[in-house]
Design a protein around this ligand. Structure first.
Ligand SMILES: [Zn+2]
Length: 199
């Protein structure tokens, strides 16, 4: 076996080790659903992205919850709006990266916001949702706001810190102090640090 062939084989095996599993690196299914007008546009770089979750409370699959939440963007009577609904390797785009909607009272105009499809608090955010969220950041948000901080508070956290200006008892995506919030952010950070995929 020549040295050249050995090198080629090593490269191949290296590629195989780095190769993502099925579906990773691919864009999610994208649905454009601009069904609620923006409440305003950001004057400067948003502080980050508020992580909400939908919590219908019903026994639904992630896809069913995604469909219902995405439709709710245009149907809710309070005019609530968020930038994107995040499903399992699927995402609905509702607002542009320069636009904000009412979703966290006073904090609304300071942050971008997404809704993770999560039927109940007990249901974990899937790897496909992390992929779809990070894809949206890279493809939509960072081109507009390259200096955006990796600041991804949950709705529960911005409320507890007083940023919303009112106590509503929000507990999405996880209750205040729940370690699953940091775990979710660690998965997001790992995905954003992974340069093996592109948009
Ligand atoms: Zn929320």
């Amino acid at each position: 076996m020549s040295g050249v062939i050995v090198v080629q084989q090593q490269q191949l095996s290296g590629q195989q080790q780095q190769a993502p599993t099925a579906g990773e690196g691919d864009a999610p299914r994208v649905v454009e659903l601009h069904t609620q007008p923006p409440a305003g546009r950001f004057n400067g770089v948003p502080k980050g992205v508020i992580l909400h979750s939908s919590r219908s409370g019903a026994r639904k699959t992630c896809h069913e919850e995604f469909e219902g939440t995405a439709a709710w963007n245009g149907a809710n009577p309070d005019g609530l709006a968020w930038n994107a609904t995040v499903g399992d390797d699927e995402i609905a785009i509702h607002l542009g990266p320069d636009e904000w909607g009412w979703n966290a009272r006073r904090a609304s105009s300071q942050y971008l916001a997404v809704e993770f499809a999560q039927p109940t608090e007990a249901v974990e955010v899937t790897d496909g949702q992390v992929r779809a969220f990070c894809w949206w950041l890279r493809s939509h948000v960072l081109p507009q706001w390259p200096a955006l901080a990796r600041n991804f508070p949950t709705h529960a956290e911005v409320e507890t810190r007083g940023e919303t200006g009112q106590r509503d008892g929000k507990s999405d995506v996880f209750p205040m102090g729940d370690p699953r919030a940091d775990e979710l952010r660690a998965r997001i950070a790992a995905r954003l640090d992974d340069q093996s995929w592109s948009v």
